[in-house]
Design a protein around this ligand. Structure first.
Ligand SMILES: *Cc1c(COP(=O)(O)O)cnc(C)c1O
Length: 400
């Protein structure tokens, strides 16, 4: 049987995680992140909804500034809260917000700015914090893909006013769907708790469904099972040219909001005890591979901002142009080697988001979407398999 490497390095569950242990996810995460307390929600998107609903109270401001290249669930959450997503272009060849674009789009109506620690890479928050201070906006750090990443020795999510992590499939620690809210300020944490108690109901339907999905995930998340639940559907979507579906960017506007059950949280808490060692293993594997990619002329491998120590779910790189990137993907995407794309488009280029972002001029975000690809940092990706991807990419860059 042929193996399949997942596009990101998720922490595999163990059957023992399903035994009741009395551990609580909130306490485990608080200790892991170095905080007195954290708040668990049913998804990263739900965590963002709770955050924005909280900030909106007592403010007349209506816009939320986001990177023009990020998860489509971010503008969907903003719209859900009755707020207006406003796009900020990226820095050239990077996922960081462009400081000039940021000062242009921020004003007295800006409720919050959402910088993003994409793919475990620590974003440059200094210009964001400065602009936010100038216009009186909050900063909500999107650390959905960066649980365990640090900036200046502290967890990401604590430099701004609020931070959130995702516990969805493929984002490191997973309870199939889940989210974590953090805030450095105790009164903000109190406000977040109050909002959640007010807007998030219990739902036996959703909790049962997520538990069954989590069991399915635990059963299939290994190099043989992934062929059936990930690889084969992926290849069939690519063959049809359904790229948005291929990476799972086909989101609807309905956001499930429900409490996460104690049992599912205890499964996450049990797995969490293996996370520090797992993240260490990933960092050790990523460092030489990152250097190996950097040695290929024409490639740009994304790094952490100074002072940042990120996590390594995958390596993120840009090629010199879209032609080269597409040629590399043509060979490698769907080959079972963990080569993939992140979000397919800049936000205005999704059909289902177009109405929100008419005429948005975000050339750097579009360039980034067109020239980037990712290589999984799963421990299941053997060195010879990684070398195969490197040679494939080197060949198209040189030919170009
Ligand atoms: C996945 C993701 C989200 C949303 O998190 P969910 O847990 O899937 O709702 C938000 N932002 C980014 C950058 C993400 O990758």
């Amino acid at each position: 049987m042929k193996k399949e490497v997942p596009p990101t390095a998720g922490l595999p569950l163990h059957w023992r995680d399903f035994l009741p242990s009395g551990k609580t996810l909130e306490q485990g995460l608080a200790a892991f992140l170095g905080l007195p307390e954290v708040q668990v929600e049913c998804s990263g998107t739900a965590a963002l909804v709770v955050a924005l609903t909280t900030l909106k109270q007592g403010s007349t401001r209506t816009s939320v500034v986001i990177p023009a290249y990020t998860c489509p669930l971010v503008p969907i959450a903003i719209v859900h809260c009755g707020l207006k997503p406003v796009l900020c272009d990226l820095q050239p060849d990077h996922f960081d917000l462009c400081p000039q674009s940021l000062t242009q789009v921020c004003n007295a109506d800006t409720l919050a700015i959402i910088p993003t620690h994409l793919g475990g890479r620590v974003a440059d928050l200094a210009p964001v914090l400065a602009t936010a201070r100038q216009v009186g906006a909050y900063v909500v750090e999107d650390a959905a893909q960066a649980l365990g990443a640090e900036w200046l020795g502290k967890s990401v999510g604590l430099a701004g006013d609020i931070g959130f992590f995702s516990l969805a499939v493929g984002k490191g620690l997973s309870i199939f769907e889940g989210g974590v809210l953090v805030a450095r300020d105790a009164s903000m944490r109190q406000r977040l708790r109050t909002t959640s108690a007010g807007i998030v109901p219990g739902s036996p339907y959703w909790e049962t469904r997520r538990l069954i999905e989590l069991i399915g995930y635990a059963m299939f998340y290994h190099p043989l099972g992934l062929r059936y639940v990930y690889g084969n559907p992926l290849r069939s979507a690519i063959k049809r040219g359904w790229l948005v579906e291929a990476v799972g960017d086909d989101f609807g506007f309905d956001i499930p909001l429900h409490r996460v059950g104690r049992y599912r949280k205890s499964i996450g808490a049990n797995a969490l005890s293996r996370l520090p060692q797992f993240l260490q293993q990933l960092a050790t594997q990523a460092a030489p591979r990152q250097a190996q990619l950097q040695a290929i002329p024409g490639l740009h491998v994304l790094e952490d901002t100074p002072g940042g120590q990120g996590t390594w779910p995958y390596l993120m790189l840009t090629l010199p142009d879209q032609l080269a990137r597409d040629a590399a993907l043509h060979q490698l995407w769907g080959a079972g080697l963990g080569v993939s794309r992140l979000f397919i488009h800049a936000l205005p280029d999704y059909d289902y988001l177009r109405h929100l972002f008419r005429d948005a001029a975000v050339p750097n975000a579009r360039e980034f979407a067109a020239r980037m690809l990712t290589i999984s940092n799963s421990p299941w990706l053997q060195q010879d398999e990684f070398n195969q991807s490197c040679s494939g990419i080197a060949a198209v860059v040189v030919r170009d």
